[in-house]
Write a protein that binds this ligand. Structure first.
Ligand SMILES: Cc1ncc(C[n+]2csc(CCOP(=O)(O)OP(=O)(O)O)c2C)c(N)n1
Ligand SMILES: [Mg+2]
Length: 146
């Protein structure tokens, strides 16, 4: 059931959450479709000179989608302040990572584009040392050409 007072006025589910007033530019039913959009949205930030970054979240299965690799490629080439957060629950729908993905450590997928990447097994950011969100944010801002 959709909620009339919900984010999308009851017209979309969890894959269509958008509220541009708070900077939530969309989740989409096509796995990985939001990643190039996040890069595109963060691209002008580099020229505006502020410290804002785009943060996009996705799952382990999404790293097998072409849009993931395209997004990393452009983010690295243009040095956009984009943070890619992969939440690895080791499954894409019903398929375990071992049946769909030839590598174990998914952060390695960033290597071929030279995007700096790190992994953590902590389930809350405050337990990570050093906090990867803060470290990634610093990198993203530093990478942006001013
Ligand atoms: C292009 C595309 N292919 C297939 C699907 C069907 N689908 C929806 S969620 C999903 C699995 C996504 O797995 P993962 O990225 O690991 O995210 P998780 O749900 O585990 O957080 C799939 C294959 C889809 N929505 N879009
Ligand atoms: Mg998953």
């Amino acid at each position: 059931m959709g909620k009339a007072k919900g984010l999308c006025g009851g017209k979309g589910g969890s894959m269509h959450l958008t509220d541009v007033r708070i900077g939530a530019y969309g989740s989409f039913a096509i796995v990985g479709a939001h990643l190039p959009i996040a890069v595109g949205l963060s691209s002008p930030r580099a020229y505006l000179g502020d410290d804002a970054v785009s943060v996009c979240f996705f799952g382990d299965g999404t790293t097998n989608i072409g849009a993931f690799h395209e997004a990393l490629n452009l983010a690295s080439l243009w040095k956009t302040p984009t943070i890619f957060v992969c939440e690895n629950n080791r499954y894409g729908e019903y398929s375990p990572q071992s049946l769909t993905t030839p590598i174990e450590r998914l952060a390695d997928r960033a290597r071929h584009t030279r995007c700096p990447a790190s992994s953590s097994t902590a389930t809350t950011c405050s337990r990570c040392t050093p906090p990867p969100a803060r470290r990634s944010s610093g990198r993203a801002v530093a990478g942006a050409p001013r």
